[in-house]
Design a protein around this ligand. Structure first.
Ligand code: NAG
Ligand code: NAG
Ligand code: NAG
Length: 512
């Protein structure tokens, strides 16, 4: 779906009243990286208050058009002043990379503050969470400023089989800042758009199947989907604990890595998965893998269609020719036209069996999340379905429906069918992706846009999307590097080196 849409050739629709004001002076907040901001702090050229004021202003100016932010934190300026005082006093926390840096969180990530956590739905408005999500708590500990909640495809795209990407009842329809009529993809749409348009320094999204990689590709930003369990899902409105993961969406690979460093690790509210994945965290963290020559000697696999490859001689492949050239130039070995044995057994499973598993897992996980809330208008999936029916105008039920919810509600735990589906998924990962990676001694698997998402989803594998260009209509597209569980260090080396060699990303600008 994503691929054909890219090639349709969208018209660039200009937005009236949308003008880019440039920030003069030697330091520009627009497009500033975490590193730029840290240097400006140190040189007393910038305060967190100035930074927050800039982003709040940009949200006020751009959000009526882009609709990527659902709520701003009423305490953001207070938190900025606190960070400025800490920096002045040289408090230990002020040494952290994210100290004083404003971050937007996707609206399915709980915060125990004045912000609501609703997954974009009115059904959760007024609910009170018991505590910060594990990742939000880690961000606060690192001194980051939670700026607000970013919009998303409602319920992370699990309400309807025919949703509108980037739409939720509370936020409305988000808009791609590059081409207004283009598909902004989902479900972490608001996070991707907000950083693309400089409405925040950095952001967090979540992915179950494509929800970080796809909107990052379609809005020309870097999206990092960590190995499942590397980041805590505690306090995140769930779809499936087997597939859900929380990760950074930022303008640059290095920004994403600074955020990743702050959010990885053990959390007692996602104890089993985070303890297990903690063994992947390298001593000294991930920043050490930001190497400009990180492509050198890396074996990058490219698969033949229909295993999510680059269709030969097609327009899609042409769009990536420059990227391939740069990968080779950087010293990577492209292992091309790889095939998967037992393809017939692998492909259907990724859709059919995945959905069987997700439907049952969603009901269990959502009911547990809702039960854990301090207060809430809804306490079960059945309540949410009833809410949507009762307030169908508010939730635009006629238009976007809730057929996926209804299917999920019919499930009854992990029964025989689900067990078979789960076994199939494990087998598909072993025979498919793991076999492909090991047999060819690959460091990463390269895919266009979001096409590898289902493979990476069912195996809990990590991936990074990096901007790779713009088509004739100005619609952005990205390239994705996926790997085996725990292979984040290699993926960072590859993604960072590719980004430094290409610098494809351009900030969005609308002509009046
Ligand atoms: C959270 O939702 C309530 C309505 O229940 C609203 O009054 C409040 O302003 C919201 N918080 C923020 C920060 O927007
Ligand atoms: C695919 O593309 C490569 C490189 O352009 C070419 O050598 C090869 O013959 C093509 N294969 C098919 C089946 O078209
Ligand atoms: C699992 O795989 C088998 C064999 O490929 C297939 O017949 C079956 O439909 C799949 N799914 C389930 C839920 O059993």
């Amino acid at each position: 779906m994503a691929v054909s849409k890219l090639l349709l050739g969208f018209l660039v629709v200009t937005l009236s009243g949308f003008s880019v004001t440039s920030v003069s002076s030697e330091f520009s907040i627009r497009e500033a990286t975490v590193r730029d901001i840290r240097i400006a702090f140190e040189q007393n050229k910038l305060t967190s208050r100035k930074l927050v004021e800039f982003y709040l202003n940009e949200i006020r100016r751009l959000n009526p058009v882009l609709r990527s932010v659902i709520e701003v934190n009423p305490d953001a300026l207070y938190l900025a002043d606190k960070a400025d005082r800490e920096r002045k006093a040289k408090a230990p926390v002020s040494k952290s990379w994210l100290h004083g840096i404003p971050i937007l969180l996707k609206d399915n990530i709980a915060t125990k503050d004045k912000l609501n956590t609703t997954a974009g739905s009115y059904a959760l408005l007024g609910s009170v969470v018991p505590r910060d999500a594990g990742v939000a708590a880690k961000l606060r500990k690192a001194g980051a400023i939670i700026l607000g909640k970013a919009s998303l495809s409602e319920w992370a795209n699990f309400r309807s089989s025919n949703p509108s990407n980037g739409w939720c009842a509370r936020g409305g329809q988000t808009v791609c800042p590059y081409v207004k009529s283009a598909d902004p993809c989902g479900s972490s749409t608001g996070s991707a758009i907000s950083v693309a348009a400089n409405m925040a320094a950095v952001s967090l999204g979540t992915e179950t199947d494509g929800s970080i990689i796809c909107p990052s590709s379609f809005n020309s930003v870097v999206g990092f989907k960590p190995t499942v369990g590397l980041t805590s899902r505690g306090g995140v409105v769930p779809i499936s604990p087997r597939q859900d993961t929380v990760g950074p969406i930022c303008r640059t690979v290095s920004d994403a890595v600074y955020v990743l460093d702050a959010i990885v690790g053990y959390d007692r509210y996602d104890a089993v998965a985070t303890r297990k994945a903690s063994s992947y965290i390298p001593h000294g963290g991930y920043v050490q893998f930001l190497k400009a020559d990180g492509l050198k000697g890396k074996r990058l696999g490219i698969t033949k269609d229909p295993y999510f490859g680059f269709p030969n001689k097609s327009e899609i492949s042409q769009l990536f020719e420059q990227s391939f050239h740069k990968l080779r130039q950087g010293g990577a070995i492209l292992v091309d036209r790889l095939e998967i044995p037992n393809l017939e057994a692998v492909i259907p499973i990724l859709e059919g069996d995945q959905q069987i598993a997700l439907l049952a897992e969603f009901k269990l996980a959502l009911n547990a999340y809702l039960k854990d809330l301090v207060t809430s208008p809804v306490r079960s999936l059945a309540d949410v379905i009833a809410f949507n029916k009762k307030f169908s105008d508010l939730e635009k039920l006629h238009k976007y429906d809730q057929d996926t919810f209804l299917q999920a509600e019919k499930t009854n735990g992990i029964g025989q069918l689900e067990k078979k589906a789960l076994r199939n998924l494990t087998r598909a990962s072993k025979l498919g992706f793991e076999n492909l990676m090991r047999k060819n001694k690959l460091d990463a698997w390269v895919t266009p846009l979001t096409s590898g998402a289902p493979v990476l989803a069912v195996g809990g594998y990590p991936a990074i999307n990096v901007p790779a260009g713009y088509d004739d209509s100005g619609v952005p597209y990205g390239i994705s590097f996926g790997g085996l569980r725990g292979s984040e260090p290699k993926l960072i080396e590859i993604a960072y080196s590719f980004e430094q060699a290409t610098k494809f990303r351009k900030p969005p600008s609308f002509k009046p």
